[in-house]
Design a protein around this ligand. Structure first.
Ligand SMILES: NC(=O)c1ccc[n+]([C@@H]2O[C@H](COP(=O)([O-])OP(=O)(O)OC[C@H]3O[C@@H](n4cnc5c(N)ncnc54)[C@H](O)[C@@H]3O)[C@@H](O)[C@H]2O)c1
Length: 143
């Protein structure tokens, strides 16, 4: 079974982070510049939460907070759902579906070593299914 480690080997281990003390305006600037939907929030280099586009819409825009003076740490999602490098891709899909989330930071012995998103997981599952389809086509063709 394929694991998170397999996805990271393709995608790379870079994780875009932001310090909890930075402002929401800094965070949405980063999301736009990097073309991503979430940042891992860190304090003293340790992951303490996640700030996503959904956090911005629900906890900043809808509540009338000001992006320029609200710290990311005040509006981040604190309950981090994380996976490890050995977590199977099917388990990631189950977590994303059950918990209705789109980003899974990858921790190895407490250290941040990557991030997989719903798009990474769907891409991997589609490519696995393509392999199975090709094998079945060959089987049908030669039998
Ligand atoms: N073709 C591909 O390889 C591929 C992979 C992922 C997503 N996508 C597409 O991009 C769109 C949005 O994707 P999404 O909903 O998965 O979310 P997203 O926009 O947050 O993620 C896009 C990519 O950026 C990466 N990323 C996001 N936040 C990151 C962070 N903080 N640190 C490091 N990497 C980070 C993700 O792992 C993913 O590879 C969708 O249309 C999806 O289909 C394509």
């Amino acid at each position: 079974m394929k694991t998170v480690q397999d996805i990271l080997e393709q995608k790379g281990r870079l994780v875009h982070t932001i310090d909890a003390g930075k402002t929401v305006l800094d965070a949405i600037g980063e999301l736009a510049n990097k073309g991503i939907g979430a940042l891992v929030v860190v304090r003293d280099g340790k992951p303490v939460g996640l700030f996503s586009e959904r956090d911005y819409t629900c906890k900043v825009i809808l509540t009338g907070k000001r992006s320029e003076n609200t710290p990311v740490g005040d509006v981040m999602t604190r309950e981090l759902v994380v996976v490890g490098p050995e977590t199977e891709v099917s388990e990631c899909m189950a977590l994303i579906t059950e918990k209705r989330i789109r980003h899974l930071p990858v921790l190895d012995h407490g250290e941040l070593m990557g991030l997989v998103s719903i798009g990474d997981i769907v891409k991997d599952i589609i490519s696995e299914q393509q392999v199975v389809i090709e094998q079945l086509e060959r089987y049908v063709y030669y039998s």
